[in-house]
Write a protein that binds this ligand. Structure first.
Ligand code: NZQ
Ligand code: ZN
Length: 389
């Protein structure tokens, strides 16, 4: 088992009605609030009005940045930083999913950044920066941005999507009832993202980090059980709450404690797909992951034991032929994604081979894919993209 450091300073309020904590969560930092959100789901759901009531009654001064896109753009970060500087903002309040929270993390860091070149900041940030405090209200179970220190920001002009470490949110308000309105496609895509965050760490060479492996298997089974319930009955509180609990822990680093890192290969490959084609992150992961699994199993069968464990402990499969069992586990994962309405090929998203070489080169920059569970080179990555067609 490897050494690890636990360092998550975010205060999390979880459950029905925890919006009651919003006033005090903000007040400790000051009264000037930048409120950030996406394309309007919070207005349609009524959450915006609930929040504004609390902010108005509390005497907060509120400046808004709206229209943050899925796969948030550097242009939104620039707008947010300018608003913070013009209005002497004390705290940023992000309401939404990973895109709004990520954009807000970059805004919090950009406020204190010494230059105006915020894209340079995104490309070079390594954590430990001075940041404005961030409070968030999560509305979709997917990324875990509410409980980690990372943000992923896109630059459509350069076809780049960069994941970077800024800082954890100070406070996260997680009320599963706010996810009742998430559409089926986004609910399924978010669940695929949660599962991917687990699988990226689970597929490690370390065999003896038992708490982490057990936690990973439990979270995967939790998503497998609850996603179909949430799709059938979007207002099922227990299903939504379990998905939200799972999303928060899944990307926190906790499920990987004590394990050798994997380099998160599916995320590296997916970020290229969404950089070039602006697709939904979880959908890209759901397409890539089973193909990546089959590819590495063929390339390096010494990782078979891990797939056998996955088949048995996550999918409840049995059998004496290890290779057959390993492949059945991968098929079960692919079938699960399909049965929950997620596209299973890049062709379905109208993606062809035209950028595969460039995407694979970016992916492998800095040797990122060259270590981990099964090292991959540029040709391997191109082959995996082709398998996904
Ligand atoms: O923009 P609005 O109108 O709010 O609609 C959003 C958006 O269209 C909608 N939505 C969210 N909550 C809703 C809702 N619709 C109805 N009711 C609600 N309660 O869902 C759509 C997707 O929202 P988004 O924030 O983009 O989703 P997600 O949370 O999946 O975030 C994806 C982004 O996070 C990055 C991804 O790459 C992508 O850019 N990631 C961030 C990570 C991190 N910070 O640690 C890790 C992840 O691996 C991931 O890369
Ligand atoms: Zn992800």
């Amino acid at each position: 088992m490897e050494n690890f450091v636990h360092d998550i300073p975010t205060k999390v309020y979880f459950g029905k009605g925890v919006l009651s904590q919003l006033d005090s969560a903000l007040r400790q930092f000051g009264k000037n609030v930048l409120l950030t959100y996406g394309g309007g789901s919070i207005k349609r759901s009524g959450l915006y009005d609930e929040v504004m009531k609390i902010l108005n009654e509390g005497g907060f001064k509120v400046i808004e940045l709206n229209g943050i896109d899925p796969n948030p753009r550097i242009s939104s970060v620039e707008k947010g930083v300018a608003l913070c500087k013009e209005n002497d903002i004390d705290v940023v309040l992000a309401i939404g999913g990973g895109s709004t929270i990520d954009c807000s993390k970059a805004i919090c860091a950009g406020y204190y950044y010494e230059s105006d070149d915020l894209w340079y900041m995104v490309k070079h940030a390594r954590g430990g920066m001075k940041v404005l405090p961030l409070v968030d209200i999560l509305t979709i179970s997917a990324t875990g941005s509410d409980f980690d220190d990372s943000a992923v920001i896109s630059n459509p002009e350069t076809n780049e999507k960069i994941g970077v470490v800024f800082a954890h949110p100070a406070v996260s308000i997680l009320d599963p009832t706010y996810t009742f309105t998430v559409p089926a496609y986004q609910t399924a895509a978010g669940s695929a993202d949660i599962m991917s965050h687990i699988m990226e760490g689970y597929f490690s060479r370390t065999e003896d980090s038992e708490v982490s492996d057990g936690l990973c298997e439990t979270i995967l089974k939790t998503v497998i059980r609850n996603l179909p319930i949430a799709l059938k009955d979007p207002d099922d509180y227990a299903a939504r709450a379990n998905l939200m609990h799972a999303e928060s822990v899944a990307c926190s680093g906790i499920p990987e404690y004590g394990k050798l890192g994997s380099g998160w290969p599916c995320h590296a490959m997916e970020h290229e797909l969404s950089a070039y084609y602006d697709i939904t992150h979880g959908v890209g992961l759901a397409i890539l992951t089973p193909h990546w699994m089959r590819y590495i199993l063929k390339k390096d069968p010494s990782c078979m034991w891990r797939f056998v464990r996955f088949a048995k402990n996550v999918w409840g499969l049995e059998g004496d032929d290890e290779r057959e069992l390993a492949l059945k586990g991968i098929d079960a994962l692919e079938d699960f994604f399909k049965s929950n309405g997620i596209p299973s090929s890049l062709s379905e998203l109208k993606i062809g081979t035209e950028h595969f070489e460039d995407m694979a080169s970016h992916c492998c920059e800095g040797g990122r894919m060259g270590s981990g569970f099964v090292p991959l080179d540029k040709d391997d990555v191109v082959n995996i993209y082709k398998d996904c067609l």
